[in-house]
Ligand binder design. Structure first.
Ligand SMILES: [Cu+2]
Length: 142
């Protein structure tokens, strides 16, 4: 019951909260390589005409604590412009796990848009940090 022990408890709680945030981000990264390339290879190739146009557009809607789309796979080419549009009824932070990563902040009742390219083939998760869910998986083809 000393002032020292209560201070200690408080800082431990803060450290735990920080660790939780890190886990939310890091565990997703760990999971990505587990998705076998076979799943991508066996998927029937989508109509080329649909994504032959320059750039890929991803529209994200966040409402009532739910996000749409959720967990969808979107194919993009290396160096192909990707435009992410977010409309949200709550403050959120959309995180694109590319390298370098891209963060899109959106205000409550607002919208935001960001265009970027990805230079490395692989899978890139786009997640909502407020809701802790993966919105789309960008499948980046060489
Ligand atoms: Cu993240």
């Amino acid at each position: 019951m000393t002032p020292t022990s209560s201070t200690l408890t408080r800082s431990t709680a803060l450290a735990a909260a920080g660790a939780l945030l890190l886990v939310g981000c890091g565990s997703d990264d760990d999971a990505e390589p587990v998705v076998s390339p076979a799943a991508t290879a066996s998927a029937p190739s989508a109509e080329p005409t649909e994504e032959a146009a320059e750039g890929v557009q991803v529209d994200i809607t966040i409402a009532d604590g739910a996000v749409s789309p959720q967990g969808e796979r979107v194919e993009v080419g290396v160096g192909e412009p990707v435009t992410i549009s977010v409309t949200s009824d709550a403050v959120d932070e959309i995180h694109v796990h590319s390298d370098p990563d891209v963060t899109i902040d959106v205000e409550a009742g607002g919208s935001a848009e960001e265009t970027f390219t990805i230079d490395t083939p692989g899978q890139v998760a786009v997640e909502s940090h407020e809701l802790g869910v993966t919105i789309v998986q960008l499948v980046v083809r060489p």
